[in-house]
Ligand binder design. Structure first.
Ligand code: HEM
Length: 235
């Protein structure tokens, strides 16, 4: 079962590059949603005065669209190794990743579960990343024909509106799940500091990403928590 008390020892999980890229991604995503709401339905017309009218909303939507494209490049420039590891993990699937989902469902519904050994990203985060990449390609790829309709055939522009809707509809569903699991769900919550400060509680990291944690212990980067426990027991 999961521990709720941690010793206060922190380990480094994410680089500054990732923290910045994640923040730009999250802020621009929500800003895009807010600027798009009155374009989508009259229910949100009350947002127009805040956004500077329809023209202002359109302008802001394009500004945040450009920001939304940058996170991959920010991460690539500031920490190419981290981006490469992410890419590698997304295409690596093992039996334990499937076992993770069985245990995850038990955990979600409050039943007893065991932590299946995971690497840097767990199987759930990998699925989240894959869907987010897919929806981002759909949203950005459709955004350009909408932005520059004169450069594309009329049929492409028409289909772009459909793809834009499918993309942002799917994206918000995944983002809501992602926020619930990372900030609200009690077992994963301690890890949310990782995307703000780069650091997470050591015990939590070991529990959730055991294989990665053990590798870092071997490299001498992280404290060996079991060693500490044995010493305490012997004392
Ligand atoms: C979370 C991300 C996004 C959401 C929720 C979103 C949503 C929307 C919505 C609802 C519309 C109105 C569509 C219509 O009139 O039927 C729209 C229009 C548009 N979107 Fe997005 N969008 C997002 C991201 C992007 C991105 C990344 C780009 C560019 C690469 C982009 C470019 C555009 C353009 C150019 C328009 C046309 C605005 C106009 O009428 O002048 N959007 N978007």
């Amino acid at each position: 079962m999961s521990k709720t008390q941690y010793s206060g020892v922190k380990v480094k999980r994410f680089s500054k590059g990732f923290v910045v890229a994640h923040a730009v991604n999250a802020i621009s995503f929500f800003a895009l949603y807010i600027t798009a709401l009155p374009m989508y339905t009259e229910w949100f017309d009350w947002l127009y005065p805040v956004l500077g009218g329809p023209e202002g909303a359109r302008r802001l939507h394009r500004i945040f669209a450009v920001a939304f494209i940058t996170p991959t490049f920010i991460w690539l420039i500031l920490e190419p190794k981290g981006l490469l590891r992410w890419g590698k993990e997304l295409v690596t699937w093992k039996k334990r990743d499937l076992q993770f989902f069985t245990e995850f469902v038990k955990e979600l519904f409050g039943f007893n579960f065991k932590h299946v050994k995971q690497t840097f990203f767990n199987a759930g985060e990998k699925i989240n990343s894959i869907i987010q990449i897919f929806t981002a390609i759909l949203i950005i790829g459709s955004g350009f024909p909408m932005w520059f309709p004169d450069l594309f055939p009329a049929a492409i522009v028409q289909w772009a509106y459909v793809a834009h809707n499918v993309g942002f509809g799917l994206a918000i569903a995944v983002v809501v799940g992602h926020i619930y699991l990372s900030v609200i769900h009690k077992n994963s919550r301690p890890g949310y500091t990782g995307v703000l400060t780069g650091e997470v509680p050591a015990e939590w990291a070991k529990e959730h990403y055991t294989e990665w944690y053990e590798e870092e212990v071997k490299k001498g980067n992280f404290p060996d928590l079991d060693k500490g426990k044995n010493k305490k027991k012997g004392a």
